[in-house]
Every structure is written in structure tokens, then in C-alpha cells.
Design a protein around this ligand. Structure first.
Ligand SMILES: CC(C)(COP(=O)(O)OP(=O)(O)OC[C@H]1O[C@@H](n2cnc3c(N)ncnc32)[C@H](O)[C@@H]1OP(=O)(O)O)[C@@H](O)C(=O)NCCC(=O)NCCS
Length: 155
């Protein structure tokens, strides 16, 4: 396994990874309706491609066969956007490798802060990485109540 930058032909696998991750890991903390609402936010192939080439850093942990196991992105202001792990690799350290690379990238870019709107699973993950919760955010997606947490880490 190693971490590398996004390449254009990764987009289809990242869309699939996003959906598999939400479907398999999400139900631990969110209801069926909430998972459906979250999935409705999954990007199209074109949206994923556009996002991954808009200037943010998109980093993937890939296995020996070159397939993505986890990925995350960080914008130039330190905002972590997507952060998803393939369900069959959750808890194996692959998302941690992506996170460590995102933090190295932020430090290399001279950022003093990283921040994220974290799901329940991500809240637990980021707490262990030295983030703290600023606020719980109660949202509605297509009328379905769902929540996440605004978190940050000073670098
Ligand atoms: C959030 C998410 C990416 C976190 O993934 P994860 O499975 O916790 O991450 P990893 O696979 O890196 O596992 C990390 C754990 O594996 C442990 N680990 C196990 N084997 C390891 C190894 N060989 N090397 C390093 N770490 C290892 C780490 O110590 C770490 O444990 P800790 O967090 O208790 O310290 C994942 O839960 C997910 O995809 N959730 C669904 C989508 C989601 O909510 N995304 C966030 C949107 S904001």
C-alpha cells in the first residue's frame, strides 16, 4: 500500500468507494433514511472529476493492485472535504495513512489549521488525531434530519 495523488482515471472508483463506504460504514451511526439522504449527495463522475482537479490536494491509499482503498482531500485553506475508507479495509490503518499524508501536505503548505465537518465515524477518528469539536451541526438533507460535527486541529 502507498499513498499517491489523484489521477484522472481514478474518478469512477472514487465515486464507487464513496458510496460503498457510506452504505456499509454509515449505518453504524445513522438511520436508513439518513444513509439514503447522505447517498443523495454522492457526486456524479463529472462532479468528482471536477472536484479532484480544482486545485485541492486529493490523496489516495492504493493497494498493490493499484486500486484505491481510502481517499481524502484538503483545500488550500485547510478544509478536509471528502474522507472515505473502503469498508473491507476499515480499521486497518489505510485511512490513517491518507490522513497522515493530508497533514504532511498541510504542514508543507504552511497551514496553521485543518478543519472538517465530520460524520460520527470521522469524529471518532479525528478526535484520536488531535482534533477537537467546535460544534454539533444539525442539518436537513431533502427534509431528513442528520448531523455532523465541526472540528478543527491547530498545526
Ligand atoms: C472516517 C473513516 C474514513 C475512518 O476510517 P478508519 O477505518 O477508522 O481508518 P483506518 O482504516 O485508518 O483505521 C484506523 C485505525 O486502525 C488502526 N490500525 C490497525 N492496523 C493498523 C496498521 N497496520 N497500521 C496503522 N494503523 C492500524 C489504527 O491504529 C487506527 O486506530 P485508532 O483510530 O483507534 O487509533 C471511515 O470510518 C469511513 O470511511 N466512514 C464512512 C464515511 C465517512 O463517515 N466519512 C467521513 C466524512 S466526514
Amino acid at each position: 500500500m502507498h499513498v499517491r495523488r489523484f489521477q484522472d482515471d481514478d474518478a469512477p472508483e472514487l465515486v464507487e468507494l464513496y458510496k460503498r463506504s457510506v452504505r456499509s460504514i454509515g449505518p453504524k451511526d445513522y438511520s436508513t433514511r439518513q444513509i439514503e439522504a447522505w447517498l443523495s449527495l454522492a457526486p456524479s463522475l463529472e462532479a468528482m472529476r471536477a472536484r479532484c482537479t480544482d486545485g485541492r490536494a486529493v490523496l489516495l491509499a492504493v493497494g498493490n493492485n493499484g486500486r484505491p482503498l481510502a481517499f481524502g482531500d484538503i483545500e488550500t485553506d485547510g478544509h478536509i472535504g471528502y474522507f472515505y475508507c473502503a469498508p473491507e479495509h476499515a480499521g486497518s490503518g489505510v485511512a490513517l495513512e491518507v490522513y497522515n499524508s493530508l497533514e504532511r501536505h498541510a504542514l508543507g503548505a504552511g497551514l496553521s489549521r485543518m478543519y472538517v465537518a465530520a460524520s460520527e465515524a470521522a469524529r471518532r477518528f479525528f478526535l484520536r488525531r488531535g482534533f477537537h469539536v467546535l460544534a454539533r451541526r444539525d442539518l436537513r438533507i431533502d427534509g431528513v434530519p442528520i448531523h455532523n460535527f465541526s472540528m478543527e486541529k491547530q498545526l
